[in-house]
Ligand binder design. Sequence first.
Ligand code: ADP
Ligand code: MG
Length: 328
Amino acid sequence: MEICFISYAWDKMEPDIDSTLLLAHECASRGHQVYMLTSDNLTIRDSKTMGFCEKLDLNYQISEDPEIFFEEAKFSSETKVLGDMDVIFMRDDPPLDPIVLNFLDSIEDDVFLINSIGGLREANNKIYTASYYDPEGEFIPATYVSKNKNYLRQIIEEHDGDKMIMKPLNGFGGKGVIVIEKNAMQNVNSLLDFYIHGQESNKSNYVIIQDYVEGAEKGDVRVIMLHDQPLGAIRRVPAKGEARSNISSGGTAEHYVLNEKEIELCKRIGAKLVEDGIYFSGLDLIGGKLIEVNVLSPGGLVEINWNLETPIQSLVVDYLEERVAEKK
Ligand SMILES: Nc1ncnc2c1ncn2[C@@H]1O[C@H](COP(=O)(O)OP(=O)(O)O)[C@@H](O)[C@H]1O
Ligand SMILES: [Mg+2]
């Protein structure tokens, strides 16, 4: 197989914990031709989408150790027609640049894209999770998305509990996620102004207000999903005095085994993910509720592998091989 990772640059990887490195290493170890491509190296020529790629040299014994593989890897520059690849694996850092999807639109039928363009587009921000159908409030915390300050303020005022979560619609890595305490309402107007308008009054942003899910102080659960199945999970525990469990916000990873209720929930969500063209994703769960679906470049593979007999990257590359064989 020829597989192209549209990814952050190789030298930006953290070889001891990088999930993209594990995936590239697994592909290369099986003899698949790996190309790395940063999204700023996409181009169109003769109406064909191409990339100024870095082609991995496979003419040497690839180390079994991903960190040694990282150090030893050699690349040569090659301009490639992306429609000639078998797989394009999106591993870019968030936020997603929608123009990248425009480049890929024309090759959607030629390549197996993980995730599909439709899936990436639809699940690109937190509206995706907010729009899941859950009339009984069984697995999505009550969520309100708006730019209307008075409406959001009213939601907070009329809310039963003593706190809620506020976050920007387009956030990632825990950025801008805060707890709103109802006994500190005097801050709320100013915060809503800031979240909606930032520092520029001619622009506005959507804001999410969400029920605070009890138990979040003990951490959240990150699940890696492949097709419609959960592969494994970790618990991410927030740093002291912190509400956010993201590793990039100081959270630490702990062993975690999904309980039966969580497995059921993941399978239920998984059916919808596949329908939407999302084949590889990371779910954030708290107290058996779905907080977020991460579709662009979910991480945590190194830590989740602690608990697994077969590492995730091996299951993912099995899956890619199957999907490419089906296509052919
Ligand atoms: N409704 C909520 N209740 C309690 N904690 C929350 C809630 N929403 C988010 N958090 C905390 O904030 C973190 C980041 O929120 P999330 O919605 O996943 O945004 P991001 O895209 O920034 O990761 C979560 O992992 C969790 O620790
Ligand atoms: Mg998250």
